[in-house]
Structure formats: structure tokens, C-alpha cells
Design a protein around this ligand. Structure first.
Ligand SMILES: Nc1nc2c(ncn2[C@@H]2O[C@H](COP(=O)(O)OP(=O)(O)OP(=O)(O)O)[C@@H](O)[C@H]2O)c(=O)[nH]1
Ligand SMILES: [Mg+2]
Length: 236
């Protein structure tokens, strides 16, 4: 999920990363609903990215409902991109406001490994400030310096997301009936099929899945996801 203060550049980043065309405007609360879109990472890992309603210290009441929906997305996310307008003079107090809201949600922003701080709009900085931001991002884990507008730094950010998702993902084994196109296509869509061997009855699959997707799969289909390769597969 992408979170951040209103006008930080969340939707611009979202559009850049997913190739979507979500409404972007230099006005507060350009985004009123959570939008989701598929994102393919350099490793081939697939993820669903959600753009969210901007945070602000005093939320107008008509936005509270949209904001609540946003928060659910954030709580479930495997990676949280905290987008900041680093060129803004209030950037530090905006950051504190966002961190306070995350804390209200029960997320510990200082220690939650899912959070990546995205220093956005580095193109608006002076050469010296820009260099400092890039250096800080290099030194600190979970910090990236980018310009969603020019695309600078986005490769590095994607690599970081990739790494995070890789850490959270589980590698599992499952035997799917060869005729069950629905379960098979679900796994190809949501996961990364690492290995597959078919016999007359089953597709023996090794797949890497996000923990949330493991639960989704188990509640939707009646197959068992195993941590180890089942013995019967040894013959291959
Ligand atoms: N110079 C510069 N401008 C940017 C950058 N990223 C976004 N912007 C501009 O900042 C403004 C706000 O961008 P949005 O992407 O709509 O911001 P948002 O965080 O989605 O805003 P809300 O949806 O209102 O919370 C737009 O005018 C963008 O063009 C950037 O990296 N550099
Ligand atoms: Mg937006």
C-alpha cells in the first residue's frame, strides 16, 4: 500500500509503478478512494499495489469513510510505502502526522519492517539537498530517494519492494488436480510458480506466495499447502 500526506505524490508514484492513470492533481485530496492495480517486479514477482486517500492532521468529515477503507488496506499490506514530499517546507511535520496516524492504526512505524520511507520529489531540491537525500537513502535501510515525476530512483525502489516481498513470502508445495483450471490459474495469477511437474492426475506445484494469499487460497480451495515437498513426488 502507498500511504502519505495529501499531495505527497502517491498517485503519481502509483501511476508510474503500475502504468495506471489515476487522477493526479496539485490539489488536496485528489484521491478519494483506494485504487488497486497489479504490479510486476523485476524478479517476476507479482503484487497488488494500492493507492490511498491522503493523510492529513485534521481530516474533513466527508472523507472519514473513504479514509477508513484505506486503513484496512494498509493494515493488510505486505509492504507500506510512506511517500513524502521532501521538497515541502513542512515535510517533517507532515511526516510526524502520518506516523501518528499509523500508530493509531496499531502499526509501529519505527520498527515495522514493512515500511519503506520514500523521499519523493527530489527533482525539486537543490543539488546539495538532493545529494544529501540520495546519500541518506543509500545509508539507511528502508529509505528510498525518488522523483515520481522524472522516474529517478524508481529502479532502486522496485528492488527494495522486491526484496521485502521476497522476505515475507513462503515457498509451498501443493498438488492440484490437472482439471482444476480455476485453482491453477489462481496460483499463477497471485503467486510465482517456481516448479511444476504434471502426471495424469495432478500438477505438482512449487509456488511462492504472500502469507495473506496463503490464507486466501486455503479459504477458497480445498487443497493443502505443504511446507515440504510431499514424498510421492520423489520419483520425478
Ligand atoms: N516536481 C515533482 N512533482 C511531483 C512529484 N510527484 C508528484 N508531483 C506532483 O505533486 C502533485 C500531487 O501529486 P499526487 O500524485 O496527486 O499526490 P497524492 O499524494 O496522490 O495526493 P492526494 O491524492 O491528494 O493525497 C501533482 O501536481 C504532481 O504532479 C515529483 O516527484 N516531483
Ligand atoms: Mg492521490
Amino acid at each position: 500500500a502507498i500511504v502519505g500526506y495529501t499531495n505527497a505524490g502517491k498517485s503519481t508514484l502509483f501511476n508510474r509503478l503500475t502504468g495506471a492513470e489515476v487522477f493526479v492533481k496539485d490539489l488536496l485530496f485528489a484521491t478519494l478512494d483506494t485504487t488497486m492495480r497489479a504490479l510486476e517486479l523485476p524478479s517476476g514477482t507479482k503484487a497488488i499495489l494500492s493507492d490511498t486517500v491522503g493523510f492529513i492532521s485534521e481530516l474533513p468529515t466527508h472523507l472519514v469513510a473513504a479514509f477508513r477503507a484505506t486503513l484496512e488496506e494498509v493494515l493488510e499490506a505486505a509492504v507500506i510505502l510512506h511517500v513524502r514530499d521532501i521538497g515541502q517546507e513542512n515535510t517533517e511535520s507532515e511526516k510526524e502526522d502520518v506516523l501518528a496516524i499509523l500508530r493509531d492504526l496499531g502499526i509501529d512505524p519505527d520498527h515495522d519492517p514493512r515500511i519503506i520511507e520514500v523521499l519523493n520529489k527530489i527533482d525539486t531540491l537543490s543539488a546539495t539537498e538532493r545529494k544529501a537525500a540520495i546519500t541518506r537513502a543509500k545509508r539507511q535501510e528502508r529509505v528510498a530517494a525518488v522523483s515520481a515525476l522524472t522516474g529517478e530512483g524508481l529502479d532502486g525502489l522496485l528492488a527494495q519492494i522486491d526484496e521485502k516481498l521476497g522476505e515475507a513470502r513462503k515457498t509451498l508445495f501443493v498438488d492440484i488436480a490437472i482439471t482444476d483450471g480455476k485453482a491453477l490459474s489462481w496460483l499463477y495469477r497471485r503467486g510465482q510458480v517456481i516448479d511444476r511437474a504434471d502426471d495424469e492426475q495432478f500438477a505438482h506445484i512449487k509456488v511462492s506466495l504472500d502469507p495473506v494469499d496463503c490464507d486466501r487460497f486455503s479459504s477458497q480451495f480445498s487443497y493443502k499447502l505443504l511446507n515440504k515437498k510431499p514424498r510421492s513426488r520423489k520419483k520425478a
